[in-house]
Design a binder for this molecule. Structure first.
Ligand code: SIN
Ligand code: FE2
Length: 214
């Protein structure tokens, strides 16, 4: 099923399913604007290691921006409009984030993507994300748009059953992964990050996951 072609602005597009794509380097031209925006978000709603309903502390630290933010605690996974740590609304989604998300979705064939939630994940060496489906959103018509910055990660892209085989997809600084349509509910995860120093981000990987949650 894997094949390559080019997206309109010239980068390489790797197809992982009829609605699943890696857009190599798509976010690179946005990075200069993204960096200060991340600092602003972090200053308002700091990264934190949340606890899963099963009682495990996540190795990935997260925060959010946008009208809704994804959270987890012992009571379950959900979207909230208030940051439970600060008691304040999540930071507003910067315009450059919304523009990147919508342009990437269009490049993958999903026009009119207007995310209301952006989960910001921060990985240090050793951090990982186990296989899961994104299914806390109200409807699955909109795609997921996921932006990678900093250290390389090996993304696992599986099928509709947890036990389905997974493709190992290397994601580099500036890559954008989009999955929607028939691929919207595919299992995915991230392998433990290897020790590495990225010239811009040091030993961290920042990932934005844009969703239409409401
Ligand atoms: C996620 O599934 O929420 C994040 C995926 C990633 O970090 O690439
Ligand atoms: Fe996910």
């Amino acid at each position: 099923m894997e094949s390559f072609d080019l997206f309109e602005t010239g980068g390489q597009r790797l197809r992982l399913g009829s609605g699943a794509f890696v857009l190599r380097g798509f976010a690179l031209s946005f990075v200069r604007e993204l960096m200060p925006a991340i600092a602003d978000i972090e200053a308002m709603s700091p990264f934190r290691n949340m606890v899963t309903p099963g009682g495990f502390t996540m190795s990935v630290a997260l925060t959010n921006c946008g009208a809704l933010g994804w959270t987890t605690d012992r009571r379950g996974y959900r979207y909230t409009s208030i940051d439970p740590d600060t008691g304040e609304p999540w930071p507003v989604m910067p315009q450059v984030f919304a523009r990147l998300a919508s342009e990437a979705a269009t490049a993958a064939g999903f026009d009119g993507f207007e995310p209301d939630a952006c989960l910001v994940n921060r990985y240090s060496p050793g951090a990982r994300l186990s296989l899961h489906q994104d299914k806390n959103e109200r409807d699955y018509a909109a795609p997921i748009v996921s932006v990678s910055l900093g250290m390389k990660a090996t993304f696992l892209f599986g099928g509709h059953e947890r036990s389905d085989p997974t493709a190992k997809v290397p994601l580099y600084h500036g890559d954008v992964m989009v999955w929607g349509g028939v691929d919207r509910l595919r299992y995915h995860g991230v392998m433990p990050l290897k020790e590495e120093t990225h010239p811009l981000l040091g030993n961290q990987r920042i990932n934005f996951t844009f969703r239409k949650a409401s």
